[in-house]
Design a protein around this ligand. Structure first.
Ligand code: ATP
Ligand code: MG
Length: 581
């Protein structure tokens, strides 16, 4: 049979009426119900032939666009030796996300979670001269990350398919040019899917580097919070979005009053205190405690307590705090016991006055005077507290979460909030990996230099699911044509009728010859079941052929997207299907 035609009875696809209980969001439910994939273990899935077709189509789009950007495809191993990851210290920095194990000779290995180390090892023996550069190397490969909480199906899996690319350049200007080329390639890739996405400023994570953008598909179920300007092109992940009050609060003109301790029995939270004192949360100061070492490895290290001060109405931004402290991962909050050991009081009664540890204050409290903080004595607070006079701030910085309505950092506009699914990420890395792993070339003057790098990821399986999250209705998936497993779904209602079957095969062949991919539901099932399944699988065009319609020369063609029905003569069907696509 033609490669563009598949009959349901030749597949292993079983649709389900109900989604499993752990499928919380529509795309995950629809993928499970449509037989797109099956769970083997938490975060680990088998892709059925339908799932695989969508994945392969997206991979093809990626390959085509990366080819235009000069990409060279390779395939690196999933199993990697510890020694390689020790060269960059990421064996430790990556924490428990890196799945580690020993082989029979007691050698330690991990499963590849990302491939900067492996790719530098691949090129470092070959890239000897400036004439060997630039290079743009990529692979499409299975990654393993031992995510704490795999969820939402392929959105946050443990095993998933990623496209990862790496660029090597002679200097920063060339590296930024490579970055720009990949940025544009990513735009072409996501434009081709025809989905709504935003490119946002992002945090570089523990991968290193400075310049970085995320490609975010917009969807309510997205794990990422985005803030987008209502006046300019500015868009950022909340993790790095500068927090600027829309109206700058004036510094209080009050004179400093004498410090006073007062009794606050059972007043533990900001909400409690707001009620108790009738002072609004944005004029109260909250005190949080962290340990200023890398959260992933905090157990191996001594506690380094620090204080973070914010307005009562603000939330701390762990990523900003991580970057302020120069850590690889966000710091851990102290436990109640650790707070007590540090201050002598429970967390609800703590404040900065009298503490001998570093104090980091968010710039949102700088205009406040004569405010209230915990007294470091259970059930007591201090009032008329003033920084500089009553305690010294180690560093003032932007360490709070920005929020909707805040000022746009580039204009007088406001920020608007969106949810997004991070499907792609581009990083400029600089020399972090080439220096640590001794990746050098000889420049024009014969001088040894470390090359400049960039790295670029696309979550292949995550994107395919995100496409469904953005494009579905109550009855099922509405596949964007470029990655739809098939283009046309023929509901063959009477597969035992020779004449109707002959016609179905003719239509399928005619479409297949035009490179339109046809899925024929030739199962022995009732029409209602077939229609429901066709909606669920969600290929763009459905053709309904039954014995009755065939004999009356009336065939139904249905557009999946808006369910528009066309009743046509047999000889009009192919043209209609084509025009709908
Ligand atoms: P996240 O912030 O979502 O954990 P990340 O920043 O760790 O992702 P990268 O290291 O930039 O991700 O990986 C490149 C791409 O791989 C991401 O943009 C995302 O699309 C995809 N990806 C990362 N982790 C997962 C996962 N657990 N399941 C599916 N796709 C993933
Ligand atoms: Mg990322």
């Amino acid at each position: 049979m033609n490669k563009n035609i598949l009959k349901w009875t030749n597949t292993h696809i079983f649709t389900q009426r109900e989604a499993p209980a752990d499928a919380e969001i529509p795309s995950h439910q629809l993928m499970m119900r449509s037989g797109f994939m099956k769970k083997l273990a938490p975060g680990i899935y088998t892709y059925s032939s339908l799932g695989l077709r969508a994945i392969r189509k997206f991979e093809k789009i990626i390959r085509e666009e990366l080819h235009k950007a000069g990409g060279i495809e390779i395939l690196m191993p999933m199993v990697q030796p510890k020694e390689l990851w020790m060269e960059t210290n990421r064996w430790n920095e990556m924490g428990a996300g890196l799945l580690k194990f020993k082989n029979r000779n007691d050698h330690e290995f991990c499963l590849g979670a990302t491939h900067e180390e492996a790719v530098v090892d691949f090129v470092r023996h070959d890239l000897k001269s400036y004439r060997d550069l630039p290079k743009n190397i990529y692979q499409i490969q299975t990654k393993y990350r031992d995510e704490i909480r795999p969820r939402f199906g392929l959105m946050r899996g443990r095993e998933f398919i990623m496209k990862d690319a790496y660029t090597f350049d002679i200097d920063q200007a060339a590296a930024l040019k490579s970055y720009d080329d990949m940025y544009k390639a990513y735009q072409r890739i996501f434009d081709r899917l025809g989905l709504q996405y935003r490119i946002v400023q992002a945090d570089a994570g523990n991968i290193g580097g400075s310049q970085t953008h995320e490609f975010q598909l917009l969807a309510e179920a997205g794990e990422d919070a985005l803030l987008v300007s209502d006046t300019t092109q500015f868009a950022a992940n909340i993790e790095v979005c500068p927090a600027i009050d829309f109206e700058t609060p004036a510094v209080s003109a009050e004179a400093a009053k004498p410090l006073e301790k007062f009794s606050t029995p059972n007043q533990k939270t900001i909400a409690d205190l707001e009620k108790f004192t009738s002072i609004p949360a944005h004029q109260l100061v909250k005190t949080l405690f962290f340990s200023a070492n890398d959260g992933m490895n905090v157990k191996d290290k001594e506690l380094k307590p620090i204080v973070v001060l914010l307005r009562g109405s603000d939330e701390v931004n762990p990523i900003k705090l991580k970057n302020l402290l120069g850590l690889a991962n966000p710091p851990m909050m102290l436990t109640d016991e650790e707070v007590k050991a540090t201050t002598g009081a429970s967390p609800g009664s703590c404040g900065p006055v009298g503490l001998k540890i570093p104090i980091y204050a968010d710039n949102g409290i700088m205009h406040l005077k004569n405010y209230i903080v915990g007294a470091n004595e259970d059930s007591f607070h201090l009032k008329n507290v003033n920084h500089d006079r009553d305690y010294k701030i180690t560093k003032i910085a932007d360490i709070r979460m920005a929020k909707e309505g805040d000022k746009c950092p580039e204009s007088s506009g406001r920020l608007k909030a969106f949810r997004g699914i991070e499907v792609g990420h581009v990083f400029y890395l600089g020399k972090k990996y080439s220096e640590k792993m001794n990746g050098q070339f000889l420049d024009k003057n014969g001088k040894a230099q470390h090359y400049e790098m960039g790295c670029y990821g696309i979550g292949v399986t995550r994107t395919v699911q995100a496409a469904i999250e953005q494009s579905h209705d109550a009855d099922g998936i509405i596949w964007p044509k470029p990655i739809s497993p098939f283009h046309v779904h023929i509901c063959h209602l009477d597969p035992k009728d020779a004449a109707a079957t002959e016609y179905v095969n003719q239509v399928a062949m005619a479409l297949a010859e035009k490179n339109i991919e046809v899925f024929i539901d030739d199962r022995d099932e009732r029409p209602g079941v077939k229609f429901k399944d066709a909606d669920l699988l969600g290929f763009p065009v459905r053709i309904v052929v039954g014995k009755k319609g065939f004999e009356a020369d009336q065939i139904e063609v249905v557009a999946r997207k808006n369910k528009e029905i066309f009743k046509l003569n047999k000889n009009q069907v192919i043209e209609k299907a084509q025009s709908l696509l």
